[in-house]
Design a protein around this ligand. Sequence first.
Ligand code: EPS
Length: 406
Amino acid sequence: MIRFTTAGESHGKGLVAILEGIPAGLPLVVDDVNHDLRRRMQGYGRGARMKIEADAVEFISGVRAGETLGSPIALHIANKDWDNWVDVMASEPDTDPDARRRRRLVRPRPGHADLVGVLKYDRADARDILERASARETAARVACGAVCRKLLSHFDVEIGSHVVALGSVRANVPDPLPTPLNDAADRSPTRCLDQQATEAMIREIDAAKKDGDTLGGIVEVIARGVVVGLGSHVSWDRKLDGRLAAALMSIPAAKGVEIGLGFEVARRRGSEAHDEIGWDGPASSGGVLRSSNRAGGVEGGITTGQPLVMRVAKKPISTLMRPLDTINIETGETAKAQSERSDVTAVPAIGVIAEAMVAIVLADAMLEKFGGDTLDDLRQAYDAYLRRLKRRWDELRGVGGAGGAE
Ligand code: EPS
């Protein structure tokens, strides 16, 4: 239903994305996208690049007079840093065939795509790999995700995230979480809801920076207002949890994804692992109420109508100012890995990127279930489904007493 692809090198001219499948008639302006692009650039521990860039989107196609047309939406985000990299990244061949471009990277960083990329693509300069492997690409994903988020907002879906761990610091997560989640999380320089933990995270980032080191962490992404019945149990590739996990795992530096209790569920007995079912829940959950949300909003690959709760573990950035051992791919000597300008941590940003990936998967699942070439078609199919859910138990429980609250 939704297809998207991105292109662009970190220090090339810019990033582009093509997003296809968004129905016609969705109100859309650049600010809907720029808001999330700005959020992605924030966070304590980011490097100098974020001071150079001021990410902003330009719609090349698919949007007219503030509304989507149903045609592919092409998006462009310029790299301001391009001006400083023209000679390094220019597409034209060099006039002198023996000339070596500046900023070659020949001492691959353990943990980065540098080494495996040069082996696979048979490149002499790992810059040919790292420019595309850079997390800068995620700006294009966030742009596509923002459009999908706009679509979902018409169905009262709210997607937010917050940092639950950074380095060795674990946050105390408030229960219940604030609504809207991002209004609270975006106020913290580490996008963490625990003030004390935020301060400890900042101290740890400062210490890591001093040591020439980097930090990873864990973010939690939550999608509220998702109706019961997205995804399917019938085939492996239609299961929504699998689709979410794949999308989240594709984020640069992601090393683990959990849904609901995640790995913790394996340690529990069945009686403490599942969510008991009772009456008088909202129509969007099929009229039933769950006493807990250990499943994280998915059972059998299908949404339950409970909030979707996912966590992503991010490894520390692999560019270290005090580098690890490596080899020089040009001379064969053992060496220390090359250092480039980078971030101490980008954990606060990965939450914004994870929100985008979740928005794309959920928009796809909504269109799969409800279809429609226009926002209005989608709305009508969605409303008809909600009416069907509301009527579901009428006969069994007596009209009026079944569907429960809206
Ligand atoms: C990033 C841009 C990059 C890095 C970071 C993410 O800019 P530069 O390489 O010019 O400093 O700040 O990239 C990485 C951490 C990485 O491993 O490639 C961005 O826009 O998010």
